[in-house]
Design a protein around this ligand. Structure first.
Ligand SMILES: Cc1ncc(COP(=O)(O)O)c(C=O)c1O
Length: 392
């Protein structure tokens, strides 16, 4: 089937709810994607921070094949060996007291579970989130998302339960957290909002206020988690440990799976019947998650992302300093990097595509670089060359 045929079928039979580019890929390997005509692209999008180990990673592919031959799905009415093993692998990379895992199927679902858990655990109903945040598209996750553009047409959602503060505003946070607050939910770096790091002071204040006032701190690590930012989890940049964190995206390296991780004590709030999902934690997904987490842990992908990302940021900073203000800021940690470029962002994206490099533009003006963590030096250089020629 060629591109025209795919386009025809897409228009005839799919919801037109995505602003899709006219590109269709047949296969991938490492940080490279190949389209239907066999053209190769360097992928700096990675399925939106999903394919962190790269495409067709041998250990992931082997796990999928072997597990699919054995057992794909079994109900949570029974013990699931792969689920228990994946949870142990996740616990092995988490700081104490994060040791109990509940598996779900996506990032939004992980945040739903985290919010429900916080409400039940504290017996309180109010949630504090931040403006410009993104937590997913289900009702509670969308309610916690501090961007009108995603909520418009669906209000009032659960907006009655949400209080928004400016991301980074310690003062607003101090006023907002009260004895009615069940949880504060924060991304360590706002991803969809434009690659904006929170800063240590904001995170530490959130931790202190939650401790003082009996609320729970939820870190949404859906995008930042699992080595993306050069640490295993984004919150580790700020020297705090949340009460609950949500994971998804990179956890399955493309296989859909999410999770929340919390302490044994908080996890005990959910008793049989409190929460659940048919597919959550199925043997195939959790076998993949175990392989992904163990590979990241054993191959020190956190250190690798920190080292590569640090070097790349220095190069991008140098290019920005010569750009005559066209690159207004270079932000991020590890291999989650944003170039603030105003209207140039979309133009650079188009040029990069012509040169065979895929980049994403978020928040309208930020070129977001979130490649597979295993990408090679030559791919980073290829992007730098395109950027320099764009600016010249
Ligand atoms: C920080 C964050 N939270 C939640 C989500 C939602 O995840 P999903 O699309 O898997 O529901 C995303 C997706 O981009 C995200 O970046």
């Amino acid at each position: 089937m060629d591109l025209e045929q795919v386009k025809r079928l897409d228009r005839a039979h799919l919801f037109q709810n995505y602003g899709r580019q006219e590109l269709c890929f047949e296969r991938g390997e490492r940080e490279f994607l190949y389209d239907l005509e066999g053209r190769r692209y360097i992928d700096m999008v990675a399925g939106i921070a999903v394919n962190s180990l790269g495409y067709a990673h041998p250990a992931v592919t082997r796990t999928i094949k072997e597990q699919a031959e054995r057992l794909v799905h079994v109900s949570n009415l029974y013990l699931v060996r792969e689920q228990a093993e994946a949870a142990a692998a996740i616990a092995s990379v988490c700081p104490q007291p994060l040791s109990s895992v509940l598996f779900v199927n996506s990032g939004a679902e992980a945040n739903e579970a985290a919010l429900k858990l916080a409400v039940k655990h504290t017996g309180r109903s109010r949630i504090i989130s931040t403006r410009n945040s993104f937590h997913g598209r289900t009702a509670a996750a969308l309610s916690a998302t501090g961007q009108k553009k995603y909520q418009s047409g669906f209000e009032p959602l659960l907006s009655g339960a949400m209080d928004l503060v400016d991301y980074g505003s310690v003062e607003q946070l101090k006023d907002a957290v009260t004895k009615d607050t069940a949880a504060v939910i924060l991304e360590p770096i706002q991803g969809e909002g434009g690659v904006i790091p929170a800063g240590s002071e904001f995170f530490r204040t959130a931790r202190d206020l939650c401790d003082e006032r009996g609320a729970l701190l939820i870190c949404d690590e859906v995008q930042t988690g699992l080595c993306r930012t050069g640490r295993f989890f984004g919150f580790q940049h700020y020297g705090v440990v949340p009460d609950i964190m949500s994971l998804a995206k990179a956890l399955g390296n493309g296989y859909p799976i999410g999770a929340i991780v919390t302490s044994e004590d908080i996890a005990a709030t959910f008793v049989p019947g409190s929460h659940g999902t048919t597919f959550g934690g199925n043997p195939l997904g959790t076998a993949v998650a175990k392989t992904v987490v163990e590979t990241m842990r054993d191959e020190r992908l956190d250190a690798l992302a920190a080292e590569k990302g640090g070097r790349w940021m220095e190069q991008l900073d140098a290019i920005a300093s010569r750009s005559g203000g066209r690159i207004k800021a270079v932000r991020g940690h590890g291999l989650m990097i944003g170039l603030e470029m105003g209207e140039d962002a979309k133009k650079l994206q188009a040029l990069a595509l012509r040169e065979g490099i895929l980049v994403n533009v978020c928040a309208g003006s930020v070129v977001r670089l979130i490649p597979p963590l295993i990408l090679g030096e030559s791919s980073m250089k290829a992007f730098n060359d395109v950027l320099e020629s764009f600016l010249s």
